[in-house]
Design a protein around this ligand. Structure first.
Ligand code: ADP
Length: 630
């Protein structure tokens, strides 16, 4: 504490330019009181820190390769010496195995470590251990700091099978553990030089753990043919010297024991990163004062552990375990700015992708909405078109059925006549079965004719949704002509001419095509109504050409003016007093909706117009070569 108080007084003098005594005197002004309070607080903290430093135990972790008791016994002289040198502190020796010592060094639970050279080099790179001294003498036999640690391959003295290290191939070998320096790694290096891999070429590698005596027990009991131990261990007890033999003992200058391997520097005592420098200095000085003669242990200045590095490099262990294989942490430490940049880019990419994704979603929603609206519009358009077509059909029907009453009147009158004739014959008792049968069948025929006219008109006038199906064009044309003639008392004659290959079919809405044909026939009739009888007949022709069916409706009317010709298909173009001018434009749109055309050309062979409805025939059905006549 005297030392701390002196240092503190000097510090204050330097900082404030005042002496301790005036500071401690009674304050005369407020500012001076504040300053003194502040200084008082510093004094307390500083004192507490100094006390904590002074009072904290000094912990030394030692590797217990011969077991905890042996380690404590071996290193007690060191603890005693330090305890003498550090009177205010408690010196604690803590014996541990490899793993525990690693843990303690890493977590700062020990201030110093004493361990074997291999383990020290490992801790040097892993936790920043730094040797302050190397053991000079220790144990029972004289060693030097630089030539102190070797390993002995031992076998029973009477075992003739193992004479050289190469004889270990195929044998059972006991070791304390693969992490043991003199207990495994030194021999491993020599075996590797002979081309022997202990984990592959031995019959069995028996790991017995610490203390090292267990290796000798395993060899003695016959559980193993040989064992690896620290050199000088056999020499430490006469019975062991008698019982075991060191295989391939080699002379090493300045090394007193039998060793099967090269020898390496002795154990070091090392500080750790957190060890107080002043304490390290005190410990170094105290240990250097341990003199041979007074103490079984003496220390020398730190030895060179290059030989240990070479061994570990050769065996690719310790700090060289991952040489050439970069660890993730090492990579992260080295390339962190790039990594950070990359992560930033990925994050930006992610944000951009999200942004684009949201835009795409918004756009998709807009498109869906637009598609819905378009579908609705199309639906409304379709409805209006169907409505218009229906109106047009009714209009054609209306125009054609002006004389429908006459048409129906004819069969009704005939039926009435037959009925009256029957009654008369019954009254005159002249009714023969044959006459009755003839009258009845005539009546039935007339009734059927009237019913046929009515059913065709009903079907034609019905409001319905367009429906396409394969139909025979010849039948279609004949039905249209029948409907036309059925509704007209004075209908002009209609010739159906031409031939189509057998099996020709059209996939159409039959009613719509009939509507087109009725329109064309009615227009033809209107165009020739005022002309002579010879010019009134109409001709419907059927022809197959260019992959389509051509249905022509030809009249023999007066030629058209150029204006009339060009206005034919224009909506609301009409030359008739009661005409609407919609028929032809609707007919053309029906033709186009079926993938076809409707054209009007002057007739090639004489007066009149020829309207040609062209429809593609159904590709799925191949017309056969021979023709069938219309
Ligand atoms: P509407 O019959 O109600 O007038 P259309 O669209 O069917 O309507 O016909 C339009 C016009 O085309 C007719 O008014 C007529 O002047 C002319 N037209 C149609 N077909 C013929 C035809 N076969 N011969 C001469 N002119 C025709």
């Amino acid at each position: 504490m005297k030392e701390w108080a002196r240092r503190f007084s000097l510090l204050l003098t330097g900082l404030l330019g005042i002496e301790m005594q005036p500071v401690m005197s009674f304050p005369r002004t407020l500012s001076r009181a504040m300053r003194q309070l502040w200084l008082g607080a510093w004094l307390c903290c500083w004192g507490a820190l100094a006390w904590a430093q002074d009072g904290a135990p000094v912990r030394i972790g030692v590797l217990a390769y011969l077991g905890a008791d042996a380690a404590v016994a071996e290193w007690t002289p060191v603890a005693t010496q330090l305890q003498r040198a550090l009177p205010g502190r408690t010196v604690e020796l803590i014996s541990m195995d490899h793993a525990a010592l690693n843990d303690a060094a890493q977590s700062g639970r020990v201030d110093f470590i004493i361990t074997n050279p291999g383990h020290y080099v490992e801790l040097e790179s892993r936790v920043g251990a730094s040797r302050i001294l190397t053991l000079q003498t220790g144990g029972t036999l004289p060693t030097s700091a630089w030539q102190a640690v070797g390993a002995a391959v031992v076998t029973l003295a009477g075992n003739p099978r193992i004479q050289r290290l190469a004889d270990l191939r195929g044998q059972r070998v006991a070791v304390v553990g693969k992490e043991a320096f003199s207990g495994y790694q030194l021999v491993w290096r020599e075996l590797a030089a002979e081309g022997i891999d202990p984990s592959r070429d031995l019959r069995q590698l028996l790991v017995v753990g610490l203390p090292m005596d267990r290796v000798l027990d395993a060899v003695a009991s016959g559980a193993a043919d040989a064992g690896f131990v620290r050199a000088c261990m056999i020499e430490s007890r006469p019975e062991w010297r008698q019982h075991f033999r060191v295989v391939s003992a080699r002379p090493e200058a300045g090394f007193a024991c039998a060793t099967s391997t090269r020898v390496y520097p002795n154990w070091p005592i090392a500080t750790l990163r957190h060890t107080d420098a002043a304490l390290a200095r005190q410990v170094t000085l105290a240990l250097l004062q341990m003199q041979a003669g007074d103490s079984p242990i003496t220390w020398a200045v730190p030895a060179d552990y290059q030989a240990v590095h070479e061994l570990q490099r050769e065996l690719k262990i310790g700090p060289y375990a991952n040489l050439g294989v970069p660890t993730l942490t090492a990579l992260a430490q080295r390339y962190w700015p790039w990594l950070a940049g990359l992560l930033g880019l990925i994050a930006l990419g992610g944000i951009y992708t999200l942004h684009v994704e949201r835009q795409v979603q918004a756009r998709t929603a807009d498109l869906r909405q637009a598609a819905r609206e378009r579908d609705e519009l199309e639906g409304r358009l379709r409805e209006s078109r169907e409505q218009a077509e229906h109106m047009a059909r009714l209009s054609v029907l209306g125009e054609l059925s002006g004389t429908l009453a006459h048409e129906l009147n004819q069969p009704l009158a005939a039926i009435g006549n037959y009925a009256h004739s029957l009654i008369r014959r019954i009254d005159n008792q002249r009714l023969t079965p044959d006459a009755a049968r003839e009258a009845a069948s005539e009546m039935a025929g007339q009734a059927e004719r009237a019913a046929g006219v009515l059913s065709r008109i009903r079907a034609f006038a019905k409001k319905r949704v367009a429906q396409r199906q394969a139909v025979d064009p010849v039948t279609l044309v004949h039905e249209a002509v029948a409907l036309f003639r059925g509704m007209q008392v004075h209908a002009p004659p209609v010739d159906v001419v031409g031939e189509l290959p057998v099996g020709t079919l059209l996939t159409v809405d039959a009613l719509q095509i009939q509507q087109v044909l009725l329109n064309l026939l009615k227009n033809g009739m209107d165009a020739t109504r005022q002309l002579t009888v010879e010019r009134q007949p109409l001709t419907v022709s059927l022809r197959h050409a260019g992959g389509g069916v051509h249905i022509g409706v030809r009249d023999r009317g007066e030629p058209l003016t150029p204006e009339q010709q060009s206005g034919l298909f224009e909506p609301f173009f009409t030359t008739k007093a009661d005409g609407m001018g919609l028929g032809l434009s609707i007919c053309r749109s029906i033709a186009e909706a079926h993938g076809g055309r409707l054209d009007a050309t002057p007739a090639a062979d004489g007066p009149g117009l020829c309207f040609t409805l062209t429809l593609p025939h159904d590709d799925r059905i191949h017309p056969r070569d021979h023709l069938h006549s219309a």
